[in-house]
Design a protein around this ligand. Sequence first.
Ligand SMILES: Nc1ncnc2c1ncn2[C@@H]1O[C@H](COP(=O)(O)OP(=O)(O)OP(=O)(O)O)[C@@H](O)[C@H]1O
Length: 393
Amino acid sequence: MKKVILVRVGEIILKGLNRPVFEEKLVNNIKKSIGSLGKIAVIRSQARIYVEPVEDEYDYNYNEAIDRLTRVFGIVSVSPVLKIESDFNVIKEQSAKMVKNLIEKKCYSSFKVEAKRGNKKFPMQSPEISRELGSHIWENNQQLKVDVNNPDFIFYVEVRESTYIYSEIIPANGGMPIGTNGKAMLLLSGGIDSPVAGWMIAKRGVEIEAVHFYSYPYTSERAKDKVIELAKILASYCGQIKLHIVPFTDIQLEINDKCPEDELTIIMRRVMMEIAEKIAESVGAMALITGESVGQVASQTIQSLAVTNIVVDMPVFRPLIGMDKNEVIDRARKIGTFETSILPYEDCCTVFVAKHPKTKPRLEKILKSEELLNIEKLVEKAIADTEIIRITV
Ligand SMILES: Nc1ncnc2c1ncn2[C@@H]1O[C@H](COP(=O)(O)OP(=O)(O)OP(=O)(O)O)[C@@H](O)[C@H]1O
């Protein structure tokens, strides 16, 4: 008898001839995610993946493994499953026991059994298994009634070489396995939006690195720790993240000193994009990601986004572009970044900020203001002094 986790995959099933490549990536990502929990095998079988201990009765941190698997992109759901011998007496005994445990924890009052027979050597057919097992479960748990139309829970039995019994299907995030869609560079602030933006693109199988602009001493060590914490939460989905912390103070002081006050934000944003693109190129990332959304703040009008965008050649992914703040907050809560994002530490964007920033900047005017700057060397120095932190779970 083994405590197994049944993993269901989503979109990669549609990948036709490329499917094995995607599956292999997913299996590797699963191994990386739970490898530290013990001697656990990851077995591919038809459209499913089984995560199971290498030895019978082997004890491992089952709940932690389930939790980690629900974060691996490419998985649509998981089920905690008991793998037992394909012998009907064993199936009956273990099923009645499993249901007893279940109804001690949850107040269920009705159920039905759904059986699937994959092993044609097994002497009973699926409807007979469902019927016989249903009545055995009921005899041992008479507070339950059978309801085939609208049961409180379904008890699943899959008879293959071995038999798998379970009742729970835990939804995961779906998406594509990380590493199947190239690499992108996330501009990660300490706010609510950019961690969600990074999560959404990572979900599509894109490996993520992150760049954070840090204006010490105008922003504190704690602001930096907060960004590291956000990157750690993202790494719990992505496996690992390389975080580039760029010292931005000298550049901000130069912009603050030489440029019109109402252009500070837009010019600062353009320099950030330029630096992020340079770092992205140096690590083989092919796109940038930001947490911008149309109309959210002055620097996110269409005119501002256009003036920001034009400074880089790489595609800029803005997955939140059409989302309302509330929708972003909901997502941030679900993925677990919200509580960290709202910690009240300042970001470099909030330190040097205009009272009335331009909402409709004109490119010619911005370029003219940028001529006053002498930042090429400062940019080079900021990149050279960038600290790299490798974040793993
Ligand atoms: N200090 C920073 N380091 C890295 N990227 C940043 C930084 N500040 C802003 N950005 C990037 O610019 C985007 C827009 O930032 P802005 O401050 O205008 O909006 P925001 O809605 O407050 O974003 P967020 O909630 O992500 O902080 C952010 O989503 C992020 O991608």
